[in-house]
Design a protein around this ligand. Structure first.
Ligand SMILES: Nc1nc2c(c(=O)[nH]1)N[C@H]1C(S)=C(S)[C@@H](COP(=O)(O)OP(=O)(O)OC[C@H]3O[C@@H](n4cnc5c(=O)[nH]c(N)nc54)[C@H](O)[C@@H]3O)O[C@H]1N2
Ligand SMILES: Nc1nc2c(c(=O)[nH]1)N[C@H]1C(S)=C(S)[C@@H](COP(=O)(O)OP(=O)(O)OC[C@H]3O[C@@H](n4cnc5c(=O)[nH]c(N)nc54)[C@H](O)[C@@H]3O)O[C@H]1N2
Ligand code: SF4
Ligand SMILES: [Mo]
Length: 579
């Protein structure tokens, strides 16, 4: 293998391969096609944590490691919490999880990301097997549903050329402006919309009856459920016309269709139901198990890969984590004081912790309050391997540079393994363990073995092989004049890494001037931000990008009903001009 080959470590659909040749460059082959994205193009420009610190004083790495050991020794192992985020997507990031689980520390479960949608998918299909990029390439029609490809999955764009594009998003995103049809729906209305579209397909006898008989025989009951959605009132409420639905039907009928779903649809209490209703539409149209058809959400990036790591441990929620129940909290690859919901709660809870350890690359809200700061090595200075949640490739990440700064996750785990006499295989053997789960295909690509490009060909992974439809649902009445808060991803940052956004976005209908300071409030807290006007938004929607300092003072740490997931868009907000 070319020893200059590595891969972007970031938590991103695309999982791009990289050639390091005196700088970060994209490979010409595969979906990357010679292009990366702003994060990788400017990766070297971001100031990093250079030296370890304890209570503000710079110390050596050796002292930092011993300080960590001292902290861990000062309390019972069960009083230590290891909190890992998704700052780096390499599989070796979990070597520290292995270590902490082995010494009896507590870990986290649940999701800040795609967990609600994933739960909905698993309820319906019995597993979360994804439609990979290579299959999307073969479709005629693509529905981009709550995903913003220009920002979060730009390597999808070349595949969309010459296809019919339908976008379902409360924001007039760049892809919405280019689409054949954009449904600029009210936020949090995807489940109702999916149910209505399914109902109209059935009314027009355009469902795939043969397929339903085999893999969705409970469809008639589901159809009855869709009949409880009041057509006129709901369409009016969510901002869709009968004409729009007619167009959707016209575009989709007898076409190879890919439904590309993002996390936007599921940042709610009932996020699982929205994704499950979208899946049900795909089932009604017989889109599973066929070339160029299916639903592409965030697949399980670890599908068909056995973990070599020990992860059995007591677990607390990653969403409403009771930090105050622990004496030592070790935070790796995460910025919980910005990215967890209800950051006022997080701050208060962390204030009770004796020892906060931050193991990361950049200074941020969390490093600011940490007692011990241990700089990590960047992906360029360590060995790793990764997979993706949008394609089936496996990318070996070979060390490219020597760097004095920081310590790798493996070396930190190795230090603790020695101190606590925990068995730890060599770094090479762990990476080999992962790489043995992939094979080189005829086209030269290295792909995870035992993953299908077209999953569910022989039915679903449920008990009887059939799709399990939604049986009930919740609706919400919005009778106040509060606004929906949506918090999508920014082109400039990767969550709280890199260039972070600072603004609140509203459309011009509120009569507020660009640049004025606006206090945004929810039942959990408030934040004051300067205003930018964007007429790509609806009147009823306020937008603050993920990674904006303070955005999560507004959000709730209540879990989604299914999937133990954060619900970043559940709270509604009010705005007030600050004079
Ligand atoms: N540049 C950049 N890329 C990233 C990231 C980043 O921070 N920056 N983060 C990475 C991570 S961690 C993830 S999980 C992925 C997520 O990437 P995406 O799945 O694209 O997620 P979002 O940007 O949160 O939301 C996508 C779209 O959903 C829309 N939306 C919001 N609410 C609703 C709704 O109720 N219904 C519908 N239909 N649409 C809605 C938003 O307007 C937005 O256009 O991106 C990854 N890639
Ligand atoms: N309001 C709102 N909140 C959100 C979201 C949203 O859409 N809206 N999105 C949610 C989602 S989808 C996600 S995935 C989470 C992400 O939230 P986090 O997991 O907290 O991710 P980041 O903000 O990217 O911060 C990651 C940190 O990892 C560190 N890091 C990077 N690389 C490495 C490494 O190699 N080793 C180590 N040790 N550290 C490293 C960096 O210092 C960085 O500060 O945020 C969630 N929060
Ligand atoms: S598109 Fe995603 S995977 Fe590719 S370089 Fe950018 S952040 Fe990394
Ligand atoms: Mo995420």
């Amino acid at each position: 293998m070319n020893e200059k080959l590595t891969a972007c470590p970031l938590d991103c659909y695309d999982g791009c391969e990289i050639i390091y040749d005196d700088g970060i460059k994209a490979v010409k082959s595969g979906h990357t096609q010679g292009f990366l994205c702003p994060h990788m193009n400017h990766y070297d420009k971001h100031a990093r944590v250079i030296a370890p610190r304890y209570k503000g004083e710079i110390i050596s790495m050796d002292e930092a490691l011993h300080k960590l050991k001292e902290m861990l020794d000062a309390n019972l192992n069960s009083e230590t919490l290891f909190y890992k985020g998704s700052g780096n997507f390499g599989l070796m990031q979990d070597v520290t999880t292995h270590l902490f689980a082995s010494i009896g520390a507590t870990l986290t479960d649940g999701s800040l990301c795609d967990g609600a949608g994933e739960a909905g998918i698993i309820e319906g299909r019995g597993s979360n097997k994804n439609m990979p990029l290579s299959e999307i390439a073969k479709s005629d029609v693509v529905i981009i549903w709550g995903r913003n490809p220009h920002v979060t999955s730009s390597h999808l764009l070349p595949l969309l050329k010459d296809k019919t594009i339908i976008v379902i998003d409360p924001v007039k995103t760049k892809i919405a402006k280019m689409a054949d049809l954009h449904l600029q729906i009210q936020p949090h209305s995807d489940m109702l919309l999916a149910m209505l579209i399914t109902r109209f397909f059935h009314i027009n006898c355009l469902c795939d009856e043969e397929y339903l008989e085999e893999f969705g025989s409970e469809f008639e009951d589901y159809y009855e459920l869709t009949q409880t959605v009041r057509i006129k009132a709901v369409l009016e409420q969510i901002g869709v016309t009968l004409g729009d639905i007619g167009k959707v039907i016209e575009y989709l009928t007898n076409k190879k269709t890919a439904i590309v779903v993002g996390v936007g649809v599921q940042k709610y209490f009932d996020g699982a139901d929205a994704v499950r209703a979208i899946d049900a539409l795909a089932v009604a149209l017989g889109l599973f198990g066929k070339e160029g058809c299916g639903v592409a959400y965030l697949g399980d990036s670890k599908e068909a890969i056995d973990s070599p790591f020990h992860t059995k441990a007591k677990k607390v929620s990653k969403v409403n984590t009771p930090f105050d129940e622990f004496k030592t909290v070790v935070i790796q690859g995460a910025n919980p004081l910005s990215q967890m919901p209800d950051t006022n709660r997080v701050k208060n809870s962390l204030a009770h912790v004796e020892n906060i350890v931050y193991f990361g690359l950049y200074e941020n809200e969390t490093s600011e309050i940490a007692d011990l700061i241990i700089p990590a090595k960047t992906f360029l200075a360590k060995n790793d391997i990764r997979t993706s949640y949008a394609h089936n490739g496996m990318m070996i990440m070979q060390r490219q540079i020597e760097d004095e700064v920081g310590i790798s996750e493996y070396d930190l785990a190795a230090f603790l393994a020695k101190e606590y006499e925990v068995e730890l295989p060599s770094e090479t053997s762990l990476i080999e363990h992962f790489s043995h789960h992939a094979v080189t295909k005829i086209d030269g690509t290295f792909q995870v073995e035992n993953r299908e490009d077209i999953p569910y060909k022989d039915g679903f992974d449920t008990d009887d092989g059939e799709f399990v439809f939604l049986e009930e649902y919740d609706t919400r009445n919005y009778d106040d004049d509060a606004l929906f808060l949506i918090t999508p991803k920014s082109p400039k940052s990767l969550n709280s890494q890199f260039y972070r956004e600072q603004h609140l976005y509203l459309n011009a209908s509120h009569g507020l001037k660009e640049g004025s300071m606006i206090e945004v409030s929810s039942e959990h807290g408030s934040v004051v931000l300067p205003l930018k006007i964007s007429n790509d938004l609806r009147d009823d929607t306020a937008l603050i990008y993920s990674g904006t300092p303070g955005v999560n003072k507004l959000t709730t740490s209540k879990h989604s009903l299914d999937g133990k997931c954060a619900t970043f868009q559940e709270n509604r907000v009010t705005i007030r001009l600050v004079d």
